[in-house]
Each structure stands twice: as structure tokens, then as C-alpha cells.
Design a protein around this ligand. Structure first.
Ligand SMILES: C[S@@+](CC[C@H](N)C(=O)[O-])C[C@H]1O[C@@H](n2cnc3c(N)ncnc32)[C@H](O)[C@@H]1O
Length: 268
């Protein structure tokens, strides 16, 4: 696996398009993570793969002392601007969750909403998070379940990717409870997993398709598919998933996008 190339691909992908519409879709999961990790005033919290700050801002609003890190410089810029505009004090640091730029045992809580699950070496990322956590500290993350809406959309998208020389672990494996547990149980004294959903409403399936591709690797993938003349095929595959999971009836499109919430405690 060419790890450096994958990291560069991630930085490039997450610099594409407008992230705010995606951030808004993910925002309710940030409050869930803050509640489930019992983040409170005075705690030292790291949000890894912070994007433009959904979890970091929610944690800072609780009075926590928050550091936000992300591998993509543009995300750091966006997060810094957003947290300043929202009047919250957050330390923004460029950093890879597989090589966190912090000393051992720096944080009481580490969170990652739909961030760490994208790292290509799950065991390295998990070990890094537990290295920077204090004994007794809490780690909370979210990841799309493989059989939920986004897991199925990702699976359709991957069919259009060029073949990899070596297989890269699929991000949604973190949304599979037995796999998530097996990756954390050696590091944690307890692991709790729960399936949750984000409820999304769109005026039409076309709006849903456009929103999902508005930023990030999905936007980059659509550009490559358009160049390879396979965008229409990709669109119809994703539209198939949207219509299969739409719960909205004749009016708006309503999707319950399922994810796995995992909360683990580091041995004391
Ligand atoms: C789907 S966004 C989620 C952002 C944010 N946590 C949220 O809930 O809105 C994924 C983020 O993970 C970041 N990311 C991807 N790979 C990463 C890595 N190896 N280390 C740190 N951040 C990474 C991307 O740059 C992007 O900002």
C-alpha cells in the first residue's frame, strides 16, 4: 500500500467542492458524539478528522478545551474561519490521525466523526488515538454501516475507482460492530457500539444526488467518472440506492442514513 499517495489523495479529495452542505448533513451526529462521550467543561478534547469543526465547536460550546486536527489544510482554514465566526476558541492543527502531532496522554477525550474511519491503516489510527488519550479517557467515533444508506452509496462509488495494486481496507468496516470491537478491544477496557441514523430530507432524489457529491472524494470521483464517460452509469447506480431507501413516499425524499456510534474507554 502506498500510504503517502493515499494521504495525498485524501488531502486532494477533501479540498474539492463546497464542504458546508455536507457538514450540515453530518452536524446532528456531532451533538450525539459530544453527549455520548460526556464531554464537559474543562476537559481536554481532541477532535481528529475535524473537517470544518462540527464536533470541535459542539465540544467547545460545552466549555471543553478543544484541539481540532485534520489532514487537509483547506479544512483547517475552513474550521478556523467557522469557529472564529461562531465565537468559539479552538486550537486548529494540521495532522494525520495515523501520526498525531501530540505527546502521549495529552487528552481526556478523543472524538472522530466520520474522520478516522477514512484512514487507510485502521490499527495504526486506533493505536495513535489511544497513545494520546490519558488512562481512563474516552474515545468516541462514528462510521457509516456497510449495509446502511451511505455504506451502499460508497460501495456503488467504489465500483468506478481504478483498481488498486494492493487492497485498501474499506472505511465502512469501522461501521461493522464485530470489526470495530476487534480493532479496539486490545486497547480499551470497555467498548460500546450502537446503530444510529441521521434523518435527511431532500426535495427530490436529484437534489440528494447533487448534495452527496458536492464536496470531498465523492466530488473528485464524479469528475473522474465524467472524464471516463461513466458518470451517468454511476448516477443511475446511486439513484437506485436512493429510491430503494427513500422513506418519503410521494413527496420529499427522506433517508435515514445509518451509522455506528462507538465509545471506548482506555484502561485506567
Ligand atoms: C466526512 S469529513 C468529516 C468531518 C467532520 N468530522 C464532520 O463531522 O463534519 C472527513 C474528514 O476527515 C479528514 N481526514 C481524512 N483522512 C484523514 C486522516 N488520515 N487524518 C486526519 N484527517 C483525515 C478529511 O480531511 C475530512 O475533513
Amino acid at each position: 500500500m502506498d500510504v503517502d499517495a493515499l494521504k495525498e489523495q485524501a488531502r486532494h479529495g477533501w479540498s474539492q467542492g463546497e464542504y458546508a452542505p455536507i457538514s450540515a448533513l453530518l452536524r446532528p451526529a456531532a451533538s450525539v458524539l459530544v453527549d455520548e462521550c460526556a464531554i464537559s467543561a474543562g476537559q481536554e478534547v481532541l477532535d481528529a478528522g475535524a473537517g470544518d469543526g462540527n464536533v470541535a465547536i459542539a465540544a467547545a460550546a460545552e466549555g471543553a478545551s478543544v484541539t481540532a486536527c485534520d489532514i487537509t489544510p483547506l479544512m483547517i482554514e475552513r474550521g478556523r474561519a467557522r469557529s472564529a465566526a461562531e465565537g468559539v476558541d479552538i486550537r486548529w492543527v494540521e495532522g494525520d490521525v495515523e501520526a498525531l502531532p501530540f505527546p502521549d496522554e495529552s487528552f481526556e477525550c478523543v472524538t472522530s466523526a466520520f474522520g478516522l474511519f477514512l484512514a487507510p491503516r485502521p490499527a495504526v489510527a486506533a493505536a495513535e488515538v489511544f497513545r494520546v488519550l490519558r488512562p481512563g479517557g474516552t474515545f468516541g467515533m462514528t462510521a457509516w454501516t456497510p449495509d446502511g444508506f451511505m455504506g451502499r452509496v460508497f460501495a456503488e462509488g467504489r465500483r468506478f475507482d481504478p483498481p488498486q495494486a494492493e487492497p485498501v481496507p474499506v472505511s465502512t468496516e469501522w461501521g461493522d460492530e464485530p470489526i470495530a470491537r476487534s480493532r479496539l478491544e486490545g486497547l480499551a477496557s470497555s467498548v460500546r457500539c450502537e446503530r444510529r441514523t441521521l434523518r435527511w430530507e431532500f426535495a427530490s432524489s436529484q437534489e440528494c444526488w447533487e448534495r452527496l457529491g458536492s464536496a470531498g472524494p465523492a466530488a473528485a470521483r464524479r469528475r473522474s467518472a465524467a472524464a471516463a464517460r461513466s458518470l451517468e452509469e454511476m448516477r443511475s447506480a446511486v439513484m437506485g440506492v436512493i429510491s430503494a431507501l427513500d422513506q418519503g413516499g410521494a413527496g420529499a425524499v427522506v433517508i435515514e442514513a445509518e451509522y455506528l456510534l462507538t465509545v471506548a474507554r482506555k484502561r485506567g
